[in-house]
Write a new protein. Structure first.
Length: 320
């Protein structure tokens, strides 16, 4: 990053502040300045100076206006191709703007959907903005309050049908992210409960389940299958369809494979692609409970798990 680019960025920020003052009412000016500072400060200087002050002012104020009304718990998204006459800036790309409660996995999950459509992200802004809102979702103050993810993406141009399909898929992924993050504490407790239940009869597999719960497995979904293979409850990404990991006939096969006293834990890949974090087949840890039901923990190996020495991993260490 060159000193020249940094100096040019500082000059542009000063110009942007003047433009904002000219475009914003006195009552809203301080809030607008705080938002635009959050919006622009994290941008690499070399990238920042590729646009002029008028474009940055229009772009950031547009996103602020879009987020002026937002109900927590209901992600807000729009996809469009900006033009100078209508939006105040031009982009040779399709633009997606988001306002969402801040939570893990948002950017990587959205980017994975975009990549699955064969589209490339050319610019990403992701300021985290503290904000307070009224009961109806109107923006009150910026700089304090609950954290909100403000995401701006520029990607390859998509036609009307492509934008419609992308919108539907991204909205579904955002719902999955929210479900996984919201249910994570309960899912982790259930994994640890499975470990505790195994401790006396199968201490090594109990240690493995506890090791997974200790930041070695990104829990995204949990479900219980009764002894006949029918789902009885689901959490996270398995809330709405607990049996969506495999073909319907697989549950009976898994129950048969775990039948008896010699095997209580099974780890395998699902047919379902993860909608959250990384777009790869889900990993599933299945624990047979004493009542014959199956406890399914769906998620992804963490980087900490993949870096762990084999001699530190329960069960695996017994085979070395």
């Amino acid at each position: 990053m060159s000193t020249q680019a940094e100096n040019r960025k500082s000059a542009l920020l000063a110009e942007i502040e003047k433009l904002i003052a000219a475009k914003t009412s006195a009552a809203q000016l301080e809030q607008a300045k705080l938002f635009v500072a959050k919006y622009c400060n994290g941008v690499d200087a070399e990238d920042f100076v590729a646009r002029d002050a008028a474009e940055w002012a229009a772009l950031s104020l547009s996103h602020l206006a879009f987020g002026s009304e937002f109900q927590r718990g209901a992600p807000k998204m729009r996809i469009f191709t900006p033009g100078a006459a209508e939006n105040g800036w031009d982009a040779a790309s399709t633009v997606i703007e988001f306002v969402n409660d801040d939570m893990p996995f948002l950017v990587d999950s959205i980017a994975a959907v975009i990549a699955s459509h064969g589209l490339t992200v050319h610019r990403l802004l992701h300021p985290i903005v503290p904000a307070t809102r009224s009961a109806t979702g109107s923006l009150d103050t910026i700089g304090k309050g609950s954290l909100e993810s403000i995401i701006y993406l520029e990607l390859d141009r998509a036609d009307a049908r492509g934008r419609q399909e992308l919108t539907a898929e991204v909205e579904a992924v955002l719902a999955s992210v929210r479900a996984a993050v919201g249910d994570w504490p309960e899912m982790r407790e259930r994994m640890r409960a499975d470990a505790a239940a195994l401790a006396s009869a199968d201490p090594e597999n109990a240690a493995l389940i506890e090791w997974l719960a200790d930041n070695h497995f990104t829990l995204l979904g949990h479900a219980i299958l009764d002894p006949k293979g029918q789902p009885t409850e689901g959490f996270g990404i398995l809330r709405d369809d607990p049996s969506s990991l495999w073909d319907k006939s697989f549950a009976k096969t898994a129950i048969a494979h775990l039948d008896g006293d010699d095997r209580r834990v099974l780890i395998l890949k699902a047919d379902r692609i993860s909608p959250v974090h990384r777009r790869v087949p889900l990993d599933v840890v299945i624990v047979r409970r004493d009542d014959g039901s199956l406890s399914l923990h769906a998620g992804l190996w963490t980087s900490a798990a993949l870096r762990s020495p084999p001699m530190e991993i329960p069960v695996l260490r017994k085979h070395l």
